[in-house]
Each structure stands twice: as structure tokens, then as C-alpha cells.
Design a protein around this ligand. Sequence first.
Ligand code: SF4
Length: 252
Amino acid sequence: MPVAAKKTDSKWDAETPLGLVRRARRMNRTLAVAFPHVYCELDFTNPLELTVAAILSAQSTDRRVNLTTPALFKRYRTALDYAQADRTELEELIRPTGFYRNKANSLMRLGQELVERFDGEVPHTMAELVTLPGVGRKTANVILGNAFDIPGITVDTHFGRLVRRWRWTAEEDPVKVEHAVGKLIERSEWTLLSHRVIFHGRRVCHARKPACGVCVLAKDCPSFGTGPTEPLVAAALVKGPETEHLLALAGL
Ligand code: SF4
């Protein structure tokens, strides 16, 4: 066992920077086959709705946010609506997403800032977006990539965890991870890569028990074996609507 582990380690330790670029791009192409229909899992129809949904998604799930936003978006349609919101009413509408007092603050201040500084429109540069209440770099990249089609790498917990497992980077800080991955992957791929990695993290490469035995990335993954390698055991760990397709790719 120690001998096998050592052998495996030395293979990845010897990888050159160019080898890493090639492997990372190959993994991205493999993920594109595994997840041909990726998308932002937050529901929205315009940049303001996506900004609001992204703010609400902090410490919550996309599913929970998607259940909450239809009524919210019906009632609040413009930045001015949020700027002039009745706090109690707004808090009630967003309560299911948790931390609703803080989030109501952010949304009301967001509305005010958009009205005062940006004519009520969501701006489309990183520098401007991160000046908005409740909008950090991660959220800004979600907005740029999905509402404005401007490539952005979204480093959430799944993304950071997976790229470290893959030895794309050892960085822990999300901004450093973003820059490190940005050097490996073509800029035009950044938004789709983010979705694919997050999909893979949610459906296959779980934090505790990744489904290594049916993983399309197995050959290129330095962490193969972190989860069960027996295909039938691993198959039971795959989640989500793409399960049949993923298992077929694994030969099951
Ligand atoms: S081989 Fe295992 S650890 Fe590596 S990406 Fe696949 S599921 Fe994750």
C-alpha cells in the first residue's frame, strides 16, 4: 500500500507546468462530455434578478432560493422597488433563505446604490460589481458569466475543493484559486468550466464519499481512490438528473 501510494504520488509530483495545463484542459473537455447541458442553477430572467438570487444564496441552497424568488420577483421588479421596500414585507418574503435580516439590508442598500450610482441598472464590470452591498468576487463572477456573458471563474466551496483534489492548485484563498485556474484554462471556457466543476462536485465528487469508481475523470485525477473504486458501490453515490448518462459513460 505505501509503495502504491508512493508511485501514484511521484507520477503527479513529476508533472510539469505544461503537463498540468494539458491535463486541466483535457479534464475540462471530459467534463463537457459528462455535463453537456450546464447552466446557472439559480432561476432568473435579468441581471437584477440574478444579483438578488445570488445574494440570497449565501448560506442557503439554490433550490431554496428558487422556491423563494418567484413571489419576490413578482413584487420587486426594479432597483427602485428594493430601494423603497417595506422592510418587514421584504424580510417575510426572503425569510426561508435564512439570515433574512442581513439579506434584507443588503437588498435595500443594493437597490439604493443601483439607483444612485448606476441609473438603476446592474453594472457589468468586476470593479463596479464588487462595490455593491452583498456582492463579493464570487457573486460578481456569477453575474458577469451568466447575465452578461463575460467569462468568469466562480470559486464556491465545490470548485475550490475539486481543483485542489485535482492538484490544479494548492491555494485555499478563493481569489488565488481563481487566478491559478485562470492561467490553466482558456478564458472563453471560464464560465462553462465553473458550472461543470460545480455540477461534478454536486453529483459525483462529493466531499466525503466521492464516486471514484464511476468517475469520468478517474485517469486524470490524483485523488482517485478517495472514495470507493468499486463501480457498483460508487454508482450508488452518484446524484442528480444526469445519473443515467454518467453511469453509461462509466460503462454501466
Ligand atoms: S476520481 Fe474521485 S476524487 Fe477524483 S474527481 Fe473523480 S470522484 Fe473526485
